[in-house]
Every structure is written in C-alpha cells, then in structure tokens.
Design a protein. Structure first.
Lengths: 356, 264
C-alpha cells in the first residue's frame, strides 16, 4: 500500500484545487460552453429577447443561446418535425397550443425545484406545470381615434358600419375570439358560456359580412391601415400589436366593449428530451425573474405573469396589471382544449363565408 | 433586322410595363416619409430610414447571408443541373420520365411541405449543420429551374453544326466549347439567374431550416414587419428593388445578355 507524506498530500490537494478552480470559482460554471437552441416569437418581444435577455444570460452563464424567431404554429410544427431527435430546448408558444403539445408528447413538465422564480408566478399562468406565461396582452377592438367606437360589440352589426371594419383572418388565433363574440351577441350570454355555442352562431358571423372591408393577418399592418383611415375599426387584435403605435402617436387605439375582452397569453414550454435541459430550465427561470419581466413588459407593452412588479403610470395605461386589474377588466381565457378540437371546422366555415 | 413595330403594340407594351412597374414606386415613396409609421402618400421627406436599415447589423448580416446562400446554391444547382439536363436530353435512359418527374416534383409539392419534410429528415439524421441544410433545401427547389431552362436550350441546339465540326476534325472538347456552349449559354445563364432569385427570395424552406445565426432576408423582413410597421420596411423593399435592378444591369454588362439572345 502506498502511503502519502503530509507534504505530498498537500501538493496533490493544491493541484486538485487549482484544476477545479475554474469550475468552483466561476458563477454558473456548470453551464460554461453549453449551447441551446430556442424558438421564440418575432415582433418586438422577439427583438427584446434577442437583443437584451439572451446576451445578459449568455454572459452570466458562459453559454450560447441561439434563438430562432417564428410564431406559434411554426414553432409547434418544428417540435413535431424534430420530435425523434429534438433540436430545440425551449419553445415560445401561445397558451392555445399547450394542450396540443401536452397531448402529443412534445413537452415536459417543468422541474419546479430548479426554478425559484416560479414562486412569484400567478397560479393561473402555470398551466399545471406544463409551461409558464411570459406576457399577457388584451385582445379587443381597435379603432381610428377620429371616431367614437361602439360601446357594445352588438352595434358592429348595424348598417352604419357597412364596409368600415377590418376582420382578423381565420388563420390567426384572435379569429376564435371573434367567433366567441358573435356567439355572445347572438345568444346574449357571457363569453364563458358563448364559447360552447359557436357552432350555432355562423349565421350571425355571416350577417357581419356586408360590414367587413377586408381580412387582415398581420396585426401591425392592420394597425397602420386603421391609423391611416383605410378602415375605421379592426376586430380583434392583441394590444401588443396596437399599443406600440398608440405610444408613437399614431391615431389608433383600443377600446373595450361592455361584453368584455380576451387574454392573449404568450408562454414558454420545455421541449421533451431537450438538449442541455439544465441550461434550458435556467433560461426559462431567467425569463420569469422580476427584473427581466419588468423590462420585457415595458418594452413590449404587455403584462407580466408574476406578482410584485412596480410600473409607471404611463406603462399602466397600456397593460392590465396586477392580476386584480385583469379580473376587473374581465379578461377571458377560452377553453382551448374544447376549441382546439373544433378549430379546423370553424376555420373552414369562416373561409367559406369570407372567401372572395 | 429592320422589322417595324406597330404603334398600337408599343402602346399596349407601354401600358403593360406601367401596370407591372407602377406598384414598385409605392414602397419607394413610403420609404421617404418622415413619420414613425407607414403612410401613403408620404408626409415630409427623410432618408433616415435608409440610414437606419444600412446601419442595422441584423439587416446587413441577413442580406450578406442571403447573398452567400444564393451564390452557393446557384453554383451547386448549375453543377448538378447542367450535366443532368444534358443526360436527360441527349441520351435514352431507362426510367427517364420517372427521373425527370422526381427532379421536377418540388415545383408541384407545396414548398412548406418540402421544408417540413427536410427538417424531419435532418432531425432524424442528427444534423446540426444549418448552412448545409439550407444549401440542400434550396438546391432541391432551384434544381428544376436550371434543368428546365438548360434542357430547353439543349433541345434547340443545331446538331448539324456539331456533326460538321466533328467532320472537319474538331475534337469533342472543341465542339463542346466552340459549338455547343455558345448555343446553350443563354439557357444556362437564365437557369442560374432563376436559381439565384428563387433562393434569395425563398421563405417556406428557410422558415423550417434556418436558425438565429443563419437568417435569410425574407425571414428578416417578416420579423421586421411583425416588430413595427414603420417606413424602414419600405426602405428595405426599395433597397431590394435597387439590388435587383443592379443585378440585371451587371448581367447585361458582363454577359451581354439581351432579350433577343435569351429568346433564341
């Protein structure tokens, strides 16, 4: 048996400490040199993530994050196509797609023990542990500031609005909000009940056709067109696409009819079998940290899903925050599991009604 | 040639050109508007949107990457497409129609389907080489344009001239370079131009295969439109119009391309 002298042991200990130093003394040393690919949104949110959040995260963790800008349907498609050998670790999608991803086995539950920032997340934005919201927009009507918008959605069916409305395209998620509005106007019931009556409300949808000038599939473009007076009112769109123009001084803003408004929840999910899962979880945790959420929300004019953030009065003009304010405004989140099962049929019917 | 063109034809051609070209003036006018959002007609005059686009590192990187990608794809498409077209037009091969149908199939299948299928294939292979994936994806789409264009010019080659050159003692490489090449050059050039433009403009294939470090112009344009609909978008569109014009002028100057030669 070899025996070590005290001096030899001391040298070995010193050498081992020296070798381990880069890992032990560097904050987040475990992440050094690791790389993840994430799918994010385009728009101002994507711009902020790429230019501000990712560079700071890479610096803190000594890692590389490659972000690919896209949109919910494309991001879900990418997860499906790479399911056998996942390429992405984190995906940004809307809440509408979370039940689909869960059912298809595309995402994993979040390891809450490794995400201390979850402590501040409002429970309603936790999706039973299958993701978290990142930003909440209000979906409602938007109009040129030269007109007085109607106080009720029901008024939009009146002949005085003939050819003056822009309607969101059936391929965009807010078109579902419009169908629920039509069902609510026809039945006189609140959104929570009306969402289950959409199948019987397409005659009401068709009755609005004479008032529709055209359909739009790009929110910022529609906001610019309404600002120029090409149409008086647009329905419906998320506040994150409209308020940046309002803040720039364009003559367009949003209004909130008496029936209520909708919540548009932008979320993040953890891809099943994610490469470098530990780094992916750390990134998701970073995304919901209060300091990041405050800056992110102020840039994109969206509400954060976490509690305890202070905003200026100017920012609060554009967002529904905190959660009590969301409740006060009656922000409605549809039953996406029910709607997803019906959506393709509804899209087909809408296309049939509004096709040229 | 002293063919006279009727005045009526000139008027009709003029009207058609006006209809085709007039919409291009709209982004040019919108790009000089001194407003924080797009308006038409423009209000005020400024060139700051051009400055903003040219100074934007993201825009520059996307533009240079698209140029690089389109150049590589054009080279690869010509390397594969010209021999393929020659083989298909000059020889009788078993299953020739099936081969041609397979090569031209990307023109029939929606590109978005081709793109997602390629992404699935590359994921199964465990590939992370984004540039290589994009080159393969774009080449699949561009190859039919090269093969169709080159095949058409090869079919129009006067075989009697080749026979005459051979009979007069010209070796095969001289026949190829001095007899065949001048006749097929416009077709190859047209195929190359189509290939470059299709690759440069491609969105559906790139949407599936690109990543943050390899982000072509069409994808960048889409993200900019999503970010904010300000006149910088019109400035990018105008720069692309200028670039296309410049490309045509350079080709005309360097290769002596003319409508008559392409049509021949």
């Amino acid at each position: 048996m070899t025996t070590l002298s005290r001096r030899t042991f001391g040298k070995l200990a010193l050498g081992a400490t020296t070798l381990a130093a880069p890992m032990g003394f560097t904050r987040n040393g475990w992440a050094q040199g690791k790389e993840i690919q994430i799918g994010i949104w385009g728009g101002s949110q994507g711009e902020f993530v790429k230019k501000n959040i990712i560079p700071a995260f890479e610096k803190d963790f000594g890692c590389k994050v490659t972000a690919e800008e896209g949109f919910t349907l494309a991001n879900v498609g990418k997860m499906r196509a790479t399911k056998a050998n996942p390429k992405f670790s984190v995906m940004f999608i809307d809440d509408v797609a979370i039940p689909i991803c869960k059912t298809e086995g595309l995402i994993d539950q979040l390891p809450s023990a490794d995400m201390p920032a979850l402590a501040n997340l409002y429970p309603r934005f936790g999706f039973d542990g299958w993701g978290t919201a990142l930003a909440i927009s209000v979906a409602s009507m938007f109009h040129n500031t030269s007109i007085t918008p109607p106080g009720s959605y029901a008024d939009l069916w009146k002949p005085e609005y003939a050819g003056k409305l822009k309607l969101v395209s059936p391929k965009n998620t807010p078109s579902v909000f419009f169908l629920i509005v039509a069902a609510a106007v026809k039945s006189g019931k609140p959104f929570a009940e009306a969402q289950y009556l959409v199948d019987d409300s397409f005659d009401k949808v068709a009755a609005l056709k004479p008032n529709i000038m055209n359909l739009f599939d790009n929110g910022p473009q529609a906001a610019a067109e309404v600002a120029q007076g090409q149409a008086e009112i647009g329905l419906l769109e998320l506040s994150k696409y409209i308020y940046p123009y309002t803040a720039k001084g364009a003559p367009v803003t949003m209004s909130f009819p008496s029936e209520g408004s909708f919540a548009g929840n932008n979320c993040q999910v953890l891809v099943k079998g994610a490469p470098n899962k530990d780094l992916a979880v750390a990134f998701m945790n970073r995304m919901i940290e209060p300091a990041v959420q405050k800056a992110f929300s102020e840039y994109a004019l969206t509400a954060p899903p976490v509690s305890g953030i202070e905003f200026s009065a100017e920012t609060l003009k554009y967002i529904a925050y905190p959660v009590e304010e969301m409740d006060k405004r009656g922000l409605f989140t549809p039953d996406w599991e029910y709607i997803n099962a019906k959506r393709s049929g509804w899209t087909e019917k809408m296309n049939g009604i509004f096709a040229v | 040639m002293n063919e006279t063109v009727s005045p009526l034809l000139k008027v009709v051609v003029g009207i058609i050109l006006l209809i085709v070209v007039a919409p291009l003036v709209v982004p040019l006018l919108m790009s000089i508007s001194d407003t924080p959002f797009i308006v038409f007609p423009p209000q005020g005059f400024t060139l700051k949107w051009y400055g903003a686009v040219l100074a934007n590192p993201e825009a520059r990187a996307s533009f240079l990457f698209s140029l690089e990608l389109a150049a590589i794809v054009t080279g690869v498409s010509l390397l594969l497409g010209v021999p393929c077209a020659a083989g298909l037009t000059r020889f009788k091969l078993p299953g020739q129609d099936a081969i041609l149908g397979l090569i031209l199939s990307p023109l029939i299948v929606p590109l978005i389907v081709t793109g997602v299928a390629l992404l699935q294939l590359f994921a199964m292979l465990g590939s992370r080489a984004t540039l290589l994936q994009l080159v393969i994806g774009h080449t699949v789409v561009c190859l039919p344009y090269v093969i169709r264009s080159v095949s058409a010019s090869l079919l129009l080659v006067n075989r009697n001239l080749e026979d005459a050159a051979s009979v007069l003692g010209a070796p095969p490489h001289i026949v190829a370079t001095r007899v065949i090449w001048p006749q097929v050059r416009p077709g190859i050039l047209a195929g190359g131009i189509f290939s470059f433009i299709v690759s440069f403009d491609d969105y559906p294939i790139s949407m599936w295969l690109a990543d943050g470090n390899h982000f072509p112009v069409p994808l960048y344009l889409y993200t900019v439109i999503e970010r904010s609909f300000d006149p910088s978008i019109a400035a990018i569109a105008s720069l692309m119009i200028f670039f296309a014009l410049l490309l045509v002028l350079v080709i005309e100057k360097v290769f002596g391309l003319s409508l008559a030669r392409l049509a021949s």
